[in-house]
Design a protein around this ligand. Structure first.
Ligand SMILES: [Zn+2]
Ligand SMILES: [Zn+2]
Ligand SMILES: [Zn+2]
Length: 103
């Protein structure tokens, strides 16, 4: 079984109450489909099905490889380096997000 060796890097254990959307898309006027949060610094980015894939770009640029979905009802995390999905029970809370601009 593949596993993630980066769990000691998780700094965000309490999800924000609400976010406005993908931080980079909001700045650039881009549109996102689904939202992910970086578990190392809390940056909110967009998923791989979004045109700009900002969550992946942030993982690459910052070396922060663990994200968690903040879509309603979703609890899974993903490690970009180990390419493995996982559940991290230490991460608590539920984030209110606006509807995707792409529907
Ligand atoms: Zn990992
Ligand atoms: Zn984005
Ligand atoms: Zn980060």
């Amino acid at each position: 079984m593949p596993s993630c060796t980066h769990l000691d890097r998780v700094r965000v254990t309490q999800l924000p109450e609400s976010v406005e959307g993908c931080e980079d898309c909001l700045q650039s006027g881009g549109e996102w489909l689904h939202l992910r949060i970086c578990l190392e610094c809390g940056k909110v980015g967009c998923c791989d099905d979004s045109p700009n894939r900002h969550a992946r770009a942030h993982a690459h640029d910052a070396g922060h490889v663990l994200i968690r979905s903040i879509e309603p009802g979703e609890r899974w995390s993903w490690c970009f380096e180990d390419k493995v999905a996982l559940l991290i029970p230490e991460v608590q809370g539920e984030t209110r997000i606006p509807p995707s601009p792409l529907g």
